[in-house]
Design a protein. Structure first.
Length: 213
């Protein structure tokens, strides 16, 4: 970019290269709509540490694009994606929603990502709700489920875990967290698989290939 052309009468700002070609343009129309274009390039707003807040013109927050990658509506605001004649792409390689908002199962082709842990202690983080957590150590391992006040998993969240090493995995609840299971809170052996399911604010169920005692 070499030049910036500001044209108040046309309500636009143009960014031009050395040959006077427009690289990018910011403009508003007569209705007050803001348009940002960048021919052949990306448009980046914010960064990995910044939330982007979209209001309705009256300083009220409608939609929040969080730095962690989530999109959510403000309290009491529903977020609508797409329109009646469009599809919403969930993941280019995994799945899509049809125009009615239903998941097109035929488009699911890939699985979940893996969170690999090799220490003797680990506490779930919010990103684990979309992953499988593997635990691999020769010594005993304690996996802690944090309280809702610390990590607010949605009720219904299910996180799978796998014991890859000889160190037996024991699941424990953090402060105020109740973890129910039968017969124990331990995976049975190497390669055993378990699942942690959140059924209330600070109540979880641990199930799977569990040790008898």
């Amino acid at each position: 970019m070499n030049d910036v052309l500001i044209t108040p009468a046309s309500r636009k700002v143009e960014f031009k290269d050395a040959s006077s070609n427009i690289d990018a343009k910011i403009e508003t129309d007569t209705s007050g709509n803001l348009n940002i274009t960048n021919a052949g390039g990306d448009i980046t707003i914010g960064d990995t540490t910044t939330d982007i807040v979209v209001g309705n013109g009256s300083a009220n927050v409608d939609i929040i694009f969080e730095a962690a990658g989530e999109i959510r509506g403000a309290t009491g605001v529903n977020v609508t994606l797409g329109q009646s004649d469009s599809k919403i792409l969930v993941d280019a390689q995994n799945a899509s929603l049809d125009a009615n908002g239903n998941l097109d199962v035929a488009t699911i082709v890939a699985g979940r990502s893996i969170n690999t842990q090799t220490g003797t202690t680990y506490t779930f983080v919010l990103a684990d709700r979309l992953k499988i957590v593997t635990l691999n150590n020769s010594s005993a391992i304690t996996l802690t489920i944090p309280p809702n006040s610390s990590v607010a998993f949605a009720v219904g969240t299910s996180i799978d875990i796998i014991q890859l090493g000889e160190g037996q995995v024991t699941v424990a609840g953090g402060s105020g967290v109740t973890v129910n299971s039968t017969p124990t809170l331990k995976l049975r052996a190497r390669y055993s698989v378990g699942s942690c399911l959140k059924i209330a604010t600070d109540t979880w169920i641990f199930m799977g290939d569990l040790a008898a005692s």
